[in-house]
Design a protein around this ligand. Structure first.
Ligand code: UD1
Length: 419
């Protein structure tokens, strides 16, 4: 397995181009299953999760062509059973259920694998499909959804932890071809849901309210092919902002949507950094003093759970006591034990990390456990003394396009050691 060696203490300076959003691209690629006509999706990041999704689409019968960041897909003749071997590698595979159900009225996938961030049920997705008239059967590790007919309905996607992002997308994709009107109440408001809705609208779907708590979908008979550019990845952008905060003179992010980054920009400002945005650029520069923070992860437009680990890495090395509470995935703290191996002082109390900043982290061999945790370990390595060896980097390749190369262009010294 590849590993990454981060030589700590280098200053970062310069410009970095942010890639298209992984979490937008995955359901958008799945949505191409809704039409027999060709679709063209641009700004698709080159990531292993995207590769898995394209393989699943090919296995389902789609013609897939990829040229750098642009993917052309034609789902003329498709089957409805996704292959276990690929599906198990990525939890987001579950988002093929909605479009297959919408178009073919049936779908079978293996129950999802993916990130090790605690129990990740799909009960809300399934409840949504049932409301539309589908029967759901779970057996032998597979989930099968079947509906002779899909009928619009009012569906609540609220749970104890907020709404569900992929669940909202999944139900939306099934409902676009249902008979009548569907109202999703308690819908996720994330920009990725809006991006998916915009693609579906370009395909001929009738959707209103994406980006708010209530989404209304009026079913249509069929959808047609469309072209779409994926939005910038706000989590990759946030990760580079934290990299700039940790060891930057001045780092400028290009091709971002600053509006999507407000929940990360605000706490970074509160922590003492200077951040300016101009059009599709955002720059971060150090202030006179770093300050500790109190952070709570909450669904969009709140502070994103996908940035929690990276912020912990920053706060581990920030004087004072910071308190970080996780309200979306309460078990998402696998990075804490690894940061502690690097000298961080973190006391985990349930879903809250109490971080007492230390003056210097030290490089150590550490293990990446999930995508964002592995990014946090690379960030910790940037500010550590000596070399940090991050093992199991396949996690980071699931969600960051060439993170080592992009950081090196900014002045970091990161080596990738091939297994
Ligand atoms: C998406 C993102 C992930 C991000 C998460 C929350 C993708 C590919 N992944 O994941 O990076 O961390 O949103 O912003 O877009 N839940 C249920 N029942 C369900 C579904 C979810 O109880 O049927 C719970 C989850 O356990 C979690 C919360 O709802 O506590 C939010 O999960 P959800 O929004 O569904 O995450 P994903 O869409 O899988």
């Amino acid at each position: 397995m590849d590993k990454i060696l981060v030589h700590g203490g280098r200053r970062l300076r310069g410009n970095v181009k942010i890639s298209g959003s992984k979490n937008s691209a995955l359901p958008i690629l799945a949505a191409t299953l809704l039409t027999k006509e060709p679709c063209t999706i641009s700004r698709v990041p080159d990531l292993s999760d995207i590769h898995y999704m394209l393989t699943i689409l090919s296995e389902l019968g789609c013609e897939v062509e990829r040229a750098s960041g642009t993917v052309q897909i034609r789902a003329e003749k498709i089957t409805t059973q996704a292959p276990y071997d690929i599906v198990r590698k990525m939890r987001a595979s579950v988002c093929i259920l909605g479009p297959l159900l919408g178009r073919e009225h049936e779908a079978t996938v293996s129950l999802p694998g993916g990130c090790v961030i605690g129990d990740r049920p799909i009960d809300l997705h399934l409840r949504g499909f049932e409301s539309l008239g589908a029967a759901v059967k779970v057996s032998g590790g597979n989930v099968k959804v079947l509906a002779p007919k899909l009928t619009g309905a009012t569906i609540s996607l609220r749970s104890t932890f907020g709404s569900t992002v992929l669940g909202t997308g999944n139900v939306m994709m099934a409902a676009v071809l249902a008979d009548g009107t569907t109202v999703i109440d308690g819908a996720a408001e994330e920009p990725e849901v809006v991006d998916l809705a915009n693609f579906l609208i370009a395909m001929g779907a009738k959707i209103e309210g994406a980006g708010t708590r209530t989404i209304t979908i009026e079913g249509v008979k069929e959808l047609h092919g469309a072209e779409h550019e994926v939005i910038p990845d706000r989590i990759e952008a946030g990760t580079f902002l934290v990299a700039g905060a940790i060891s930057g003179d001045e780092v400028t992010l290009h091709r971002v949507n600053p509006e999507h980054l407000q929940a990360v920009i605000s706490p970074l400002r509160e922590a003492g950094f200077h951040i300016e945005s101009n059009g599709s650029k955002v720059s971060i520069a150090p202030g006179t003093k770093r300050r500790p923070l109190k952070l709570d992860t909450i669904p969009y437009p709140g502070f994103p759970t996908d940035m929690q680990a990276q912020m912990c890495a920053l706060l581990a090395n920030t004087d004072g006591i910071s308190v970080v509470s996780e309200h979306v995935f309460p078990n998402r703290f696998m990075h804490v034990a690894e940061l502690k191996r690097m000298g961080a002082n973190i006391d985990l109390q349930g879903a809250t990390a109490v971080i007492t900043g230390v003056t210097q982290l030290s490089g150590a061999p550490v293990m990446a456990s999930d995508l964002r945790a592995s990014a946090a370990l690379v960030l910790a390595g940037l500010q550590a003394d000596g070399i940090t060896e991050v093992n199991r980097v396949y996690h980071i390749d699931r969600g960051y396009e060439s993170i080592d190369e992009k950081l090196n262009e900014l002045g970091a010294e990161i080596e990738r050691v091939k297994a």
